[in-house]
Design a binder for this molecule. Structure first.
Ligand code: NAI
Length: 427
């Protein structure tokens, strides 16, 4: 693929077009109005400047909500440098507004694999004190190619399930060189972002791309984790007949009790009209499944990397391919069947949509910001390993969200506290 024409801005950013900034500013304004928790924190950060003098490198999906996170880190006093965590999720207008507001950004929608790597390298050239990663690509690059620099990183935060799986394997074999906060594993993250955020935005991406009816169709959701639960729940709400495939017997039981049909992919492949992969795993839809799919079957992925639907197998099986419409690629099989892949098999909610709703990212990014401060402020007590977000941070975000919603809850009486804390209390 040819490199895309790039514009170097006054702030050394490499973006598509700085003149798109006004559009980006309006998108940022819209999301900021719908992120009440983050706005409370933003006011505190503006007053206290807790990141003053620190350089924070971010490898994230560069759209409006993330843009507001970057601006907030800047408000907290940080020098912010960013690159994309996926070549298709970058919104050029948002990136232009960020570059215009003094954040250094290296990202262009549709950047090729070489550019993706080079932009990440350039981000690391800013010699960050801490990082925010999504999928652990930046952590991996630091450990593989910039070991010297990795030794100087205070720590960082990881946004998604797949990134944490990678970090835990680095932690396990002793190769992780700085502490990383597993933001994905906080309750206020996965219960809302993965389940409700992915649940809604995946369908937004699929519906706006295909503009087809969902009711009455067989929707196969591959993986019944937190994201899969959300995607299935919303499919059911639109009237689909939902089939789940799993490899975990507990999740499979959960799916059955939630009212779904469970079967192996070899069977589901013959029935599905729309397939959505959300496993964080590789080749969960592959040759033998594609060979038995119905004519016009549609495949989409919502897992972090574009490896869940085997694109290699699709290309090998196809006698011809064409892009039928933006984000819809057609693969004609030797027997005449046509199969469709959305958004090149990349996260369909981000590559073919605007990602999660702002109210959901309000929670995830509040956790991100507070976890980043935690790792920086507690650097002397933390060793190079993967840490859970402290419960106080999770609860603080939960309470702030209730406050923003105007919802009050009860608290324990002294008697109840005593009862719960003592196993031998007389009844
Ligand atoms: P999870 O770990 O809760 O669920 C994954 C599920 O997939 C598990 O139940 C596992 O048993 C199942 N699975 C693994 N291999 C399978 C196979 N071969 N066939 C069927 N099922 C299989 O993970 P979570 O949080 O649901 O995340 C899933 C993926 O989505 C990850 O890559 C994560 O990074 C990504 N993600 C994407 C988001 C988006 O905006 N699209 C948002 C949050 C996470």
């Amino acid at each position: 693929m040819n490199a895309i024409p790039q514009k170097q801005t006054a702030h050394k950013s490499i973006i598509k077009d700085l003149s798109l900034a006004p559009l980006g500013y309006r998108k940022l304004e819209w999301v900021s109005q719908n992120m009440p928790v983050f706005n409370i924190l933003r006011k505190e950060f503006a007053a206290d400047l807790p990141l003053k003098g620190k350089t924070i490198a971010c490898c994230l999906h560069l759209e409006a909500k993330t843009g507001f996170l970057l601006q907030t880190l800047q408000t907290a006093g940080a020098n912010v440098v960013a690159c994309a965590s996926n070549p298709l999720s970058t919104q050029d207008d948002v990136v232009a507004a960020l570059a215009d507001s003094g954040i250094t950004v290296y990202a262009i929608h549709g950047e090729n694999a070489e550019e993706y790597q080079r932009f990440m390298e350039m981000t690391l050239e800013a010699k960050p004190d801490a990082i925010i990663d999504d999928g652990a690509d930046m952590v991996t690059m630091l450990h593989k190619k910039h070991l010297e620099q990795a030794h100087h990183i205070i720590g960082g935060c990881e946004e998604t399930t797949t990134g944490i799986v990678r970090l835990k394997s680095m932690d396990k074999d002793g190769s992780l060189l700085f502490p990383m906060m597993a933001v994905n594993d906080a309750y206020m993250k996965y219960l809302f972002d993965n389940r409700y955020g992915t649940g809604q935005s995946v369908w937004d991406g699929i519906n706006r791309t295909t503009n087809l009816v969902v009711a009455g169709k067989n929707v196969v959701v591959v993986g019944y984790g937190w994201c899969g639960k959300g995607v299935s729940m919303r499919a059911l709400g639109m009237g689909a007949k939902v089939i789940i495939t799993e490899i975990d017997p507990i999740k499979a039981n959960e799916a059955i009790m939630d009212g779904f049909t469970v079967m192996p992919m070899a069977e589901a492949a013959r029935l599905g009209d729309i397939f959505i992969t959300v496993t964080g795993n590789i080749n969960v839809i592959r040759k033998e499944h594609m060979q038995v799919m119905k004519n016009n079957a549609i495949m989409a992925n919502a897992g972090h990397f574009d490896v869940e639907v085997s694109k290699g197998d699709l290309h090998n099986l196809a006698v011809s391919t064409r892009v039928l419409k933006n984000n819809i690629e057609e693969f004609v099989m030797a027997d005449g069947r046509k199969l469709y892949l959305l958004a090149e098999g990349r996260l369909v909610n981000l590559a073919a949509g605007d990602g999660h709703p702002a109210e959901v990212m309000d929670l995830s990014f509040s956790l991100q910001a507070l976890s980043l401060l935690y790792v920086i402020q507690n650097r002397s007590q933390l060793s190079p390993q993967v840490y859970n977000v402290p419960q106080e941070i999770d609860y603080r975000v939960a309470m702030l969200k209730l406050q923003a919603l105007g919802v009050k809850i009860d608290s324990l009486t002294e008697e109840q506290e005593h009862y719960l804390a003592n196993w031998d209390t007389n009844l």
